[in-house]
Write a protein that binds this ligand. Structure first.
Ligand SMILES: NC(=O)c1ccc[n+]([C@@H]2O[C@H](COP(=O)([O-])OP(=O)(O)OC[C@H]3O[C@@H](n4cnc5c(N)ncnc54)[C@H](O)[C@@H]3O)[C@@H](O)[C@H]2O)c1
Length: 314
């Protein structure tokens, strides 16, 4: 099987390609990526079975050509930083919505190919008492989440109307090696290593369900291989922590006194207070279970950032 991975130089992409390479039935992995600032080309595994194409998911001729030469597509290419989407959402609409539409049109025309569309739990908005499930209504509250929700709706519509064989995965908050230092964990590690406090929005009591990226990649591959077409799966972790909990653990590992580790700043507009996921369906139907404890994964991520200053000192 030949697989096209859009956005395959990004944080999730490089881990996904690494795991796809372990599957002998996969003969070629083509990575399409336009090398935005989050891309980590140095992390892409070197193999004759991996081919990199620099290009834009908005380029319909290129996308059609690449989809022609594969049997499955994993769609990761996206603009992903909520703060940037609040400042200016133009690129988010183009890449996340129009980019997904370009891919879907190619899949519709060519047929007989599976799409794994990677989405986020942020499309469900703010969790209250109950964790998100696959049937939670969509209520995106920031522009990033709204563009991901729009893309999900297009995928669902193409599945129902045009018979595109598509599976959607909603990942919870991910962390691990090669994450660009604009997201909470790597930016906190970077700031504390520089002797600067972590900047905490509002009270810091917002909570998220955390999942290691290696577990996430395994869940995505399980959905690609055995997910039911037209269905969606929550690929979420089991560990819910507040921002203050996460920053406190990083400060402890780096031996930064608590009083020097944080600086509170005004909350960002539309900041969701809580995301929490129920991953029962993925466990039951995909046979997937997250395996990496948060403490183990966080220690590995922090140690890795200490050993790889080239990733964040730029
Ligand atoms: N990281 C998380 O916590 C998380 C959680 C839930 C869902 N997701 C989803 O997973 C996917 C991957 O996220 P990530 O964390 O790896 O993001 P990332 O920003 O690290 O990677 C995105 C990749 O897409 C590429 N890209 C962007 N625009 C492109 C375009 N127009 N054409 C081709 N390539 C383009 C970038 O160069 C980059 O390599 C996204 O769809 C995101 O919404 C991520």
């Amino acid at each position: 099987m030949r697989v096209l991975v859009t956005g395959g130089l990004g944080f999730v992409g490089v881990h996904l390609v690494d795991q796809l390479l372990c599957m002998r039935q996969i003969t070629l992995i083509t990575v399409l990526d336009n090398c935005r600032h989050t891309a980590a080309p140095q992390a892409l595994p070197k193999s004759q079975r991996v081919q990199f194409v620099q290009g834009n998911v908005l380029d319909s001729d290129l996308v059609t050509h690449l989809v022609t030469d594969c049997e499955a597509v994993v769609h990761l290419a996206a603009e992903t930083f909520v703060d940037a989407s609040i400042a200016d959402d133009e690129l988010f609409v183009e890449t996340n919505v129009t980019g997904t539409a370009v891919l879907l049109r190619a899949l519709r025309t060519l047929g007989k190919r599976r799409l794994l569309h990677v989405s986020t739990d942020e499309v469900f908005g703010e969790a209250t008492n109950e964790p998100f499930t696959e049937s939670t209504p969509y209520r995106p509250r920031n522009p990033y989440a709204a563009t991901k929700a729009a893309a999900d709706h297009l995928v669902h519509a193409y599945s129902v109307t045009h018979g595109v064989d598509a599976v959607i995965c909603h990942c919870s908050n991910l962390y691990g090696r090669w994450q660009y230092p604009e997201k909470l964990i790597p930016v906190t590690v970077m700031r504390l290593l520089r002797g600067e406090p972590a900047l905490i929005y509002g009270t810091g009591r917002q909570s998220r369900t955390w999942l290691h990226v290696v577990d996430a990649a395994a869940g995505l591959i399980a959905a690609l291989a055995s997910g039911t077409g037209g269905e969606s799966y929550l690929i979420g972790g089991d560990r819910e922590l507040t921002t203050l909990d996460v920053v406190g653990r990083i400060a402890e590992q780096l031996e930064v006194p608590a009083a020097e580790a944080v600086s509170f700043v005004d909350d960002r507009p539309g900041h969701d207070y809580r995301y929490t996921t129920n991953n029962d369906k993925a466990r039951r139907e995909l046979g997937w279970v997250p395996a990496i404890e948060f403490e183990t994964g966080l220690k590995d991520t922090v140690d890795w950032m200490i050993e790889h200053p080239g990733w964040w000192k730029r």
